[in-house]
Design a protein around this ligand. Structure first.
Ligand SMILES: [Zn+2]
Length: 73
């Protein structure tokens, strides 16, 4: 598990997230300005971090929940 730093493209504040894998493609919310972001990481490095709508964020949270459920089985 590794800790990665995500810099918010909206307010430039640094946030931290723990990764089980070195890859991630999913939702992230800035702790400071609460912007919904779509985060893509590979090799524990941020590839892209783009703002998305609340609707998209909810959709991605659902996908993540499904993925997490599958990983448990
Ligand atoms: Zn922010």
């Amino acid at each position: 598990m590794s800790m990665v730093t995500i810099t918010c493209p909206q307010c430039s504040v640094d946030g931290k997230m723990s990764l089980l894998d070195n890859r991630y493609n999913g939702p992230y919310r800035c702790w400071k300005c609460h912007t919904a972001l779509l985060l893509v990481m590979d090799n524990a490095e941020v590839i892209s971090c783009t703002p998305m709508s609340e609707e998209e964020f909810t959709h991605h949270m659902e996908l993540k929940k499904q993925r997490d459920r599958m990983n448990r089985d």
